[in-house]
Design a protein around this ligand. Structure first.
Ligand SMILES: CC(C)(COP(=O)(O)OP(=O)(O)OC[C@H]1O[C@@H](n2cnc3c(N)ncnc32)[C@H](O)[C@@H]1OP(=O)(O)O)[C@@H](O)C(=O)NCCC(=O)NCCS
Length: 130
């Protein structure tokens, strides 16, 4: 989804499928979301996240994960996924992996898998500074 204003695309948001260990799609992974630097701080990101999450719910996806800064995403209702027994190898400490869901938490810890393109995008280049 893109945020377009006056014929100009100022921001975008994307989702990819999130799978359980058996390969079943159990929800969506939000990201990346980005707003052109000149327009950041104008609530474009907030609108994209709110509207796109709503569309995802309307399409029947009742669980959305995101791997980012909790300071930003908790304002949209996301909470740390580890508090609901979900985990990803991309964030072993579980300090940035969040979820918003209408489902009850799994009883036991459940690992979820991002799609391969997302995982590749998250890999850091060895030897490069962060
Ligand atoms: C993160 C991003 C999408 C937010 O979009 P935006 O339109 O600038 O954000 P909004 O105007 O909706 O919200 C602004 C608020 O978010 C906060 N915020 C923005 N990025 C943040 C971050 N990474 N961590 C914590 N808070 C953040 C701002 O401080 C501001 O807070 P305030 O409402 O208390 O003043 C945008 O800044 C961006 O494209 N950043 C670079 C790419 C990026 O980091 N993407 C996120 C990857 S998960």
């Amino acid at each position: 989804m893109v945020f377009e204003d006056d014929g100009k695309i100022k921001g975008h948001i994307a989702y990819s499928p999130m799978k359980d260990e058996n390969g079943n799609i159990i929800g969506l992974a939000l990201g990346p979301v980005g707003v052109l630097p000149a327009y950041q701080g104008e609530k474009i990101g907030s609108q994209l996240i709110t509207e796109a999450n709503k569309k995802a719910y309307d399409k029947g996806y009742d669980t959305i994960f995101v791997l980012c800064d909790p300071k930003y995403y908790t304002r949209f209702g996301f909470k740390l996924a580890k508090s609901m027994n979900w985990a990803t190898k991309l964030d072993p400490a579980g300090e940035h992996f969040m979820v918003i869901t209408k489902k009850p938490a799994p009883v036991n810890k459940q690992n979820v898998e991002y799609c391969s393109a997302f995982e590749r995008g998250m890999q850091r280049v060895p030897g490069k500074a962060e």
